[in-house]
Design a protein around this ligand. Structure first.
Ligand code: ACO
Length: 435
């Protein structure tokens, strides 16, 4: 512990093990979250802690995002998510996450200018996309492309360089994402347009062609911006912990974030929004009987889960899902889209929220439950949903990585294990190994 963190260690706890007592410092956060500091446990007792999936393990101290999963609270740097969703823009939130304060007018304008002027990719990057199969899923394409960016920017990591890398990543991620899509449908890449804002230029790169190059619909751009704000950070989730873990070895920001994108790809994490739509499509195709699907999700012999439901941390309604549910209905109404899938989703939610299984397991809709429906309304193809999440999560990953790098308490991430394999045994010669 550093002297500063030692000061924050308040009243102690006592652990009794093997007839001996060990004093464990108690650490409190600013929102009164409590941790027992077990740093000395192994040295004093020889024991480690065992916590598969790290469900009850604090891996760091962080001043970026606060979640109270029991109450359904999410705040970035102290600001409630619903206020940010209603009143700020994605780039404003990105600045907030990385710098700790909301930007003033001059700071926001300089940051927006920097991001706008770093959106282009080196022209030789075209060959990178050409080398990949057309039907490649865009998540591994983006993970590989972000790792490949490191080959273009190999300068030593000074504070100034790290800030430039942060801007480059936020700026280039939408370009990489849109190029991966254009490559998959065989259309020419569209360059970013500096006259458009962050979300609008992404929609332009995705949907414009050299033959048809109008301005994107401002409602769609604003909705996308809202989604990106909601995805921007979520404290020590699977992909963010991956980014921190990789970065703790001294690996650069590009490499760390490329690993985070790969972690986000999994269906239990960012890949869930794609799975939600596939689930809704399946229910629709099977005649729309929502109760049958809910029953299957409860049946332990059946592998089905209600995708978009449940969360490791939220044991209440995910506050992001609440914002999205409102926005979903509003956007679809304004676009004049009648979505059978939204109707099925609302019915599913209604049934699940009254069902004893979901109530007793504290399973509520998470952010992914409604995000897929909005992405569909924006025209985003289903296999790009998780990529949208990655664009949104970029400032959070960067802020967490920078915090990790600047924290004197950071050590290389290296959990222990309980070994359950064979005990020592002599080598067996080939002829004695049987058939
Ligand atoms: N449908 C049905 N049952 C569920 C669901 C679900 N969606 N989620 C959890 N359960 C049940 C489990 O079967 C288990 O039941 P049991 O205790 O009776 O055996 C219990 O709830 C606890 O589940 P775990 O998997 O142990 O919970 P964990 O915290 O490890 O997992 C997770 C959380 C992965 C999000 C899980 O709820 C899930 O798989 N949800 C569906 C996928 C999803 O929507 N992921 C997106 C998460 S949000 C995000 O990453 C942005």
């Amino acid at each position: 512990m550093t002297p500063e963190t030692r000061q924050q260690a308040l009243a102690g706890a006592t652990l009794t093990y093997d007839g001996r007592e060990l004093a464990l410092p108690v650490v409190r956060g600013t929102e009164d979250e409590v941790a027992l500091d077990i740093e000395k446990l192994r040295g004093a007792t020889g024991a480690i802690t065992l916590d598969p999936g790290f469900g009850n393990t604090g891996s760091c101290r962080s001043a970026i995002t606060f979640i109270d999963g029991e109450k359904g609270i999410l705040r970035y740097r102290g600001y409630p998510i619903d206020e940010l969703a209603e009143r700020s823009t994605f780039l404003e939130v990105a600045w907030l996450l990385i710098n700790g304060e909301l930007p003033n007018r001059a700071q926001l304008s300089a940051f927006t200018g920097d991001v706008t002027h770093h959106t282009l990719l080196h022209e030789s990057f075209r060959r990178f996309f050409e080398a990949l199969p057309k039907d490649a899923h865009p998540m591994p394409v983006c993970a590989a492309a972000v790792a490949a960016l490191a080959t273009f920017y190999q300068e030593p990591e000074t504070d100034k360089k790290m800030s430039e890398t942060a801007v480059r990543l936020i700026a280039k991620m939408p370009t990489l994402a849109a190029y991966s899509y254009k490559h998959s449908i065989g259309q020419p890449f569209m360059y970013p347009r500096n006259s458009l804002d962050y979300s609008a230029t992404f929609l332009h790169m995705m949907f414009a062609t050299p033959c048809e190059d109008g301005d994107p619909d401002p409602l769609l751009a604003k909705t996308l911006d809202l989604l990106l704000i909601l995805h921007a950070d979520h404290e020590q989730n699977c992909s963010t912990s991956t980014v921190r873990t990789v970065g703790s070895s001294g690996a650069n920001l590009f490499a760390s974030i490329s690993a985070g994108i790969s972690a986000l790809w999994g269906p239990l994490h960012g890949g869930a929004n794609q799975q939600v739509i596939e689930m809704l499509e399946k229910i629709e195709a099977e005649g729309g009987d929502v109760q049958v699907f809910v029953n299957r999700a409860k049946d332990k012999k059946d592998n089905s889960r209600l995708m978009g439901f449940g969360h490791r941390v939220y044991k209440n309604y995910d506050p992001r899902a609440q914002v999205l549910k409102r926005s979903c209905t509003e956007v679809l109404n304004r676009l004049g889209i009648r979505s059978r899938q939204l109707e099925i989703a609302m019915k599913l939610e209604e049934i699940a929220l009254k069902d004893d299984y979901f109530i007793s397991h504290k399973l509520y809709p998470n952010v992914d439950f409604y995000s897929g429906i909005i992405y569909k309304a924006l025209g985003i193809p289903v296999n790009m949903f998780t990529v949208m999440f990655a664009i949104g999560r970029m400032p959070g990953w960067i802020a967490q990585w920078l915090e990790m790098r600047h924290d004197p308490a950071t050590r290389i991430a290296r959990p222990r294990q309980i070994y359950t394999g064979a005990v020592k045994r002599p080598y067996v010669e080939m002829e004695r190994r049987g058939t």
